[in-house]
Write a protein that binds this ligand. Structure first.
Ligand code: C5P
Length: 313
């Protein structure tokens, strides 16, 4: 993992510190919705796993009398680089919480597909929170960074810590679990993204707003947790489920096509991630994963081969 701090002098001879940080995508090994709060947010239960597919960030800091956050990004011209971007929001929130003023510049190479259920925006926010904390002398604990993160989005606390965790509540309750065994993972997205609120609205229709007489859903979390403990890759793959998949496939038939292609190339399992429409396939052999990735790219998908992250921050 890249971990260094460099100090360079700006034109005005002021010290500018810069750090490199990686923003790791996540996949959902299991994702269930167990209730709905009065404010419309949903109670989740499942396991998130970070993968090595990442955006590369360089974050620099210069103390000053006013606060300014600049973002420059390469790799995806569709991504907003103004105040709508979660990375910019994260830097502003951090400075406010740390009680400091100055300029934060973020340079980003974007690789994680956007609006795909891979928490790309949340990963950038988490990476900015970690980078700012390192640059300013670690004024906040990891727990405090996560508390800031949840204000930005439900997936941000996990994307700040990374690794593997059972996530409950709206995403703010995390319990670390044994990461999945090493393997190759293909992540692919084809076609338009899915709006998370729209995917939740579909689920609300299907499951009567998660009232008591909800249709049963086949969550295999109780099989997943022991399989992770035992390092049993096949067992993990048998337990991979996502409550969003059947409803999102109705809106995005590409999800089914990506899954079929991965399974035809030898994936042990292939499922949608988060609220979609990205799909991940788990492979024992890297060669098979590479072949699946090439086939998916030929179909016009944005596809990547990566591995599970077995450490956290
Ligand atoms: O937190 P985030 O910005 O990712 O959420 C986007 C939207 O998804 C929320 O505005 C909400 O409509 C929905 N959501 C939800 N329950 C969650 C997380 C998100 O209903 N636990």
């Amino acid at each position: 993992m890249l971990k260094y701090t460099v100090t360079i002098l700006s034109k005005e001879d002021k010290a500018v510190k810069a750090v490199a940080e990686r923003a790791y995508a996540k996949i959902n090994l299991c994702l269930d919705v167990v209730g709905r709060r009065d404010n419309g947010y949903h109670e989740l239960d499942g396991v998130m796993q970070s993968v090595t597919l990442c955006d590369d960030l360089t974050v620099s800091w210069e103390e000053g009398d006013s606060t300014e956050v600049l973002l420059e990004a390469a790799g995806n011209p569709d991504m907003p680089t103004d105040g709508r971007n979660l990375a910019v929001k994260a830097a502003l929130l951090f400075l406010d919480a740390a009680g400091r003023k100055g300029r934060i510049s973020v340079n980003m190479v974007k690789r994680i597909p956007m609006a795909g259920g891979l928490a790309g925006g949340s990963a950038d926010a988490g990476a900015v929170l970690r980078a700012c904390n390192r640059l300013l002398g670690e004024p906040l604990t990891m727990q405090e960074l996560c508390a800031l993160g949840v204000k930005l989005g439900a997936d941000v606390p996990f994307c700040t810590v990374c690794g593997a965790a059972r996530t409950q509540g709206v995403g703010e309750m995390m319990t670390s679990v044994v990461p999945m065994p090493d393997c190759s993972i293909v992540v692919a997205k084809r076609g338009e993204g899915v709006s998370t609120p729209a995917a939740f609205a579909r689920l609300d229709e299907r499951y009567a707003f998660f009232t008591e007489d909800r249709e049963p859903w086949d969550s295999r979390l109780s099989d997943l947790l022991p399989a992770l403990e035992q390092g049993d890759l096949e067992g993990v793959c048998r337990a991979v489920t996502n409550i969003f998949e059947p409803v999102v496939i109705e809106m995005r038939p590409d999800v089914a096509l990506l899954r079929e292609t991965m399974l035809e190339h030898g994936a042990l399992t292939a499922r949608m991630s988060g609220s979609g429409p990205s799909v991940f396939g788990i492979f024992r052999e890297e060669g098979a994963a590479e072949a699946a990735c090439s086939a998916l790219r030929e179909m016009g998908a944005d596809a990547h081969v990566c591995r599970p992250m077995r450490e956290n921050f």
